[in-house]
Design a protein around this ligand. Structure first.
Ligand SMILES: [Zn+2]
Length: 492
């Protein structure tokens, strides 16, 4: 969260332009299928991608500022896109500054990989596999298919609904991430794999590397689950496996179908890849605030707060959003400036809530900071929602806000936990702030006598350092190190 702007994100009416108003049923050039792509034409795909691109980048931490790495990813992406069926898409490849392992695409050829994904890929071919899979979604026009389906129509309606009403409730759940992070169907994933294998192998890359990356991802999720005290078979909500549910077996099946189509596809390029990612930022970028378990700390803005157990946090430049497991409860945190003389209760009712009259409006004291809270039950097309607003003056004209949204039947059950989140908001000392430093990924040659324990000792995963080092370097199953081999390690 950089808090540079107060403006909220809005998902528009899904960028549907003039073309194809009767609904488009056509044969997809990539899949050969007849698909109902709703009201979206090729031009609409591009318009939607263009419109959502800056918002999505912002939401995932902005672009990762590393010109060398960015041009490398562009070069690989363009190489794969040469083999795509829809050449009229203006393909664009972007690295987002997010530590989560993720990749996604917007319609029209906009493809994203996260910094976290680059850290955990082992070679160029694995990265090619990920990018090609995303180009596959773009060419199969899966988002258009989804927009054309009733399911998404309802989903968009729901997002649209919550965004109506007073400004105090605007945009809950309407984040671009919310839309993009919806997973595709199994069929769509299989299709994206098949197409991805086609593109990467025609570009000369070993298609086996699509499934090796998936194995790494599974290992990563298992260690993450252990770190979070969960069953290792459970999967992180916001990683690649959640947005692209796939299995090694399914990727293998897609590969088997493609056998013989590009017999000379053998490029792996491990060392070239490692040379590119050497020195990149690893984990959270402290200038955007750091998520550690259930706590969000912003060293530059000097505060922290904690969300309830079971909630997943997503940090973006404009806000921090947290959801419970079934995403029925949301917390949106952001910052605004309010003139120093203005009382928080007055601000909450007059400025933030607009026309909605708040119930139980009261001043509160949050760890020595003046604040106010109040709530309202709001009607939307999809039913009612209880929205509680909290505004806290951190100092000067800087005010931070929580917006808690529950369904009326859940409000009582969650009220105490959400109240604790309000009162967890606290200033942090300069010392605490300065202690938060970024980690970097380094590529080093193994010397004789080096051990996994020694090479992983500066990693940020505590007692899981060795396990994470093994995941990072394809050394699970107790595979040994050997002198001269290049490995990735993480240092402060
Ligand atoms: Zn996918």
């Amino acid at each position: 969260m950089a808090l540079t702007r107060r403006h909220f994100l809005q998902v528009g009416a899904c960028g549907v332009g003039a073309g194809c108003l009767g609904g488009c049923v056509g044969t997809n050039r990539a899949t050969g299928d007849t698909s109902f792509t709703g009201l979206m034409s090729i031009e609409d795909d591009i318009a939607m991608g263009r419109e959502q691109h800056p918002k999505l980048v912002k939401e995932f931490g902005g672009e990762y500022e590393n010109a060398k790495l960015q041009s490398y990813v562009e070069r690989l992406g363009n190489k794969a896109a040469e083999y795509a069926e829809y050449q009229e898409f203006p393909y664009k490849f972007t690295i987002v500054n997010s530590p989560i392992i993720n990749a996604f695409a917007l319609p029209g050829g906009f493809v994203y990989v996260s910094r976290g994904l680059l850290s955990y890929a082992s070679n160029e071919a694995e990265l090619m596999g990920v990018i090609s899979h995303e180009i596959g979604h773009v060419n199969a026009r899966h988002t258009a298919e989804r927009v054309g389906s009733t399911q998404l129509a309802q989903g968009l309606l729901l997002l649209g609904t919550v965004a109506t009403g007073s400004s105090a409730v605007a945009d809950v759940g309407s984040s671009v991430a919310g839309l993009v992070l919806q997973s595709f169907s199994r069929e769509q994933e299989f299709e994206a794999d098949s197409l991805g294998i086609r593109y990467m192998s025609r570009a000369g890359y070993d298609p086996d590397m699509m499934s090796t990356f998936l194995s790494t991802l599974r290992e990563y999720s298992q260690v993450q689950a252990k770190i979070n005290g969960k069953d290792p078979s459970s999967v992180d909500e916001t990683n690649l496996m959640a947005t692209h549910p796939r299995t090694v077996e399914r990727v293998q099946r897609a590969k088997d179908q493609a056998v013989g189509t590009a017999p000379n596809a053998t490029l792996v390029n491990r060392e070239q890849f490692l040379g590119q990612i050497d020195g990149m930022l690893y984990g959270d970028d402290p200038s955007q605030g750091v998520i550690d378990g259930q706590t969000f700390t912003h060293p530059d803005l000097r505060f922290r707060f904690t969300v309830p157990e079971g909630f997943t946090m997503l940090n973006s430049p404009e806000q921090v959003v947290a959801f419970n497991e079934d995403r029925t409860v949301s917390i949106v945190f952001d910052g605004v400036t309010v003139p120093e003389g203005r009382n928080m209760a007055t601000y909450l009712q007059r400025d933030w809530s607009g026309d909605v009259t708040l119930r139980d409006l009261e001043p509160i004291d949050v760890n020595g900071m003046p604040g106010a809270t109040g709530w309202a039950r709001l009607n939307g097309q999809q039913g009612q929602a209880d929205v509680r607003g909290v505004a806290i003056r951190h100092g000067g004209d800087q005010v931070y806000r929580f917006r808690f949204v529950t369904q009326p039947q859940q409000t009582d059950a969650f009220s105490e936990r959400l109240r604790q989140t309000t009162y967890s908001f606290a200033r942090i000392s300069a010392e605490t702030a300065n202690a938060i430093k970024p980690h970097r990924l380094l590529v080093v040659p193994v010397q004789s006598g080096d051990t996994v324990a020694g090479l992983s000792k500066h990693m940020p995963h505590g007692r899981y350092n060795e396990e994470m080092f093994r995941v990072l370097n394809d050394l699970v199953d107790g595979r040994p190190l050997h002198a001269g081999q290049y490995v990735k390690t993480i240092v402060l």
